[in-house]
Write a protein that binds this ligand. Structure first.
Ligand SMILES: [Fe+2]
Length: 446
């Protein structure tokens, strides 16, 4: 029997919750950083190696609280679902029920704060799980009845309105749903866009005028579902690949579709409309997805591409910005949906293990990097602006890091304008943080 790589090394789960205070710091934490660096990933309690898919491990939330230049606490908490509560004999999770519950109601892919709530979120049908400030589970949450299915792991906040734009999909639907949530947390717009099959839609983009849908050839495979594959989305050679532009206040009939070479994109970096009215999209492009490896994303070199749709064009024009393997693109979120100059990614090596952090100057094409020793692995780089009036890229990159030699984890804080200089601060965590998915900086309310 082959060991499942997503249960080995630092992919392996940790076995308990933890709380730790007054963490040791090397260097200096910027005093203006007051809030929590949140992160989430799979941490299965009952994984069967032959079956386990990385996307379905029970969620564990990690949080590092900073204030007044100190690392006040680190906490790791299970995001409770029906399997976790049964395993530990904890009370059932309360709250609304989704029409479909995948993996016992798991919520493991992203962790955000919106309208004053901390939410663990996931795609493909399950509801968000609300956590309190200390990451303890409150219960499932459906935006006050606003969800007709589940939610998404990648809502994007419009910096002008505070609204969230996101794409929702479900094994029960043959459409992608565009959902807009107000700054107050109410669903204010919903459009179901029919699709030829049931695509896995991990992420999305928006621009000044459009919501952008990715209809790509990794789709629900009915035969795999019958066979009991836990996450039955597989590469479909015959599906085609296209990008849809939906006017933000339009209906499904208003979508224009534009062909792209078959590939898979989990994560766009950003999308915007340029001065010529073209729609520009920067994406982390996988050549295929779930074609040969059915346990996690591992189908070859992931590069950073630029896609452009000219007004009236039926096809997307594609070019490669950087063919170094990389994933988890992030930006200064104040530029979401707008023209922008800087993006940050995590380098990806064999087995989808991350390494250094790359910074792209998209105006000059220049790439700079923070290159840690080979035994250290930086997770998704999260940009935090130095203040409301700070320029784009003026601020910090924060990342959880795993050190193979110590089998321990740190959080590093880098000056975004000088990644090569190395960390301004390194905060030692009391225990390793497994490889996982996404996180965000959530500033404390002022
Ligand atoms: Fe993601």
């Amino acid at each position: 029997m082959t060991a499942n790589p997503y249960l080995q090394g630092n992919f392996a789960p940790i076995e308990s919750e933890i709380s730790s205070t007054d963490l040791p710091v090397q260097g200096r934490i910027p005093e203006s950083l007051s809030g929590r660096l949140l992160r989430i990933g799979p941490n299965p309690v009952n994984a069967v190696p032959e079956q386990y898919h990385w996307f379905l491990g029970n969620g564990m939330a990690h949080g590092l609280r900073l204030r007044d230049g100190r690392a006040e606490w680190y906490k790791a908490r299970y995001v409770r679902d029906d399997e976790v509560t049964e395993h530990f004999d904890w009370p059932p999770v309360t709250g609304p029920q989704a029409a479909l519950s995948i993996g016992h109601g798991v919520a493991n892919t992203n962790i955000i704060s919106h309208a004053g709530r901390t939410l663990a979120i996931v795609e493909a049908g399950n509801l968000p799980v609300e956590l309190d400030y200390d990451l303890d589970t409150i219960g499932r949450f459906d935006f006050n009845g606003g969800l007709t299915g589940g939610f998404s792991a990648h809502p994007h906040r419009d910096p002008d309105t505070g609204e969230l734009h996101t794409a929702v999909y479900s094994p029960l639907w043959q459409h992608i749903q565009y959902l807009r949530v107000s700054a107050e947390g109410e669903v204010v717009h919903r459009v179901d866009v029919p699709t030829p099959g049931k695509p896995m839609v991990h992420d999305c983009m928006f621009t000044e005028n459009y919501f952008i849908l990715l209809d790509l050839p990794c789709t629900l495979n009915e035969a795999a579902m019958v066979d009991g594959l836990p996450f039955p989305y597989l590469w479909d050679e015959n599906y085609g690949a296209r990008v849809g532009l939906l006017p933000r206040d339009g209906s499904a009939q208003d979508v224009s579709w534009h062909e792209v070479d078959p590939c898979y994109v989990f994560h766009p970096m950003n999308g915007y409309e340029d001065e010529q009215g073209r729609v520009v999209m920067d994406v982390a492009r996988h050549p295929r997805m779930f074609a040969t490896d059915r346990h996690g994303p591992n189908e070859g070199r992931t590069r950073l591409d630029r896609w452009i749709i000219d007004p009236g064009a039926s096809k997307v024009s594609e070019s490669c910005l950087d063919d170094y393997p990389q994933e988890f693109p992030r930006i200064d979120d104040r530029r979401a949906g707008k023209s922008y100059r800087y993006g940050y990614t995590a380098e990806v090596g064999a087995g989808f293990v991350t390494g250094g952090i790359r910074k792209h100057d998209l105006l000059t094409g220049q790439v700079s990097a923070y290159q840690p020793p080979a035994h250290q692995h930086c997770f998704e780089p999260v940009f935090v602006a130095a203040g409301d009036s700070a320029a784009e890229d003026e601020g910090w990159i924060m990342a959880y890091v795993h050190d193979d030699e110590r089998n321990a984890s740190d959080v590093i804080i880098l000056n975004a304008q000088d990644l090569e200089a190395g960390p301004e601060a390194t905060i030692a965590l009391p225990r390793r943080v497994p490889y996982g998915f996404h996180g965000n900086w959530v500033a404390d309310p002022v």
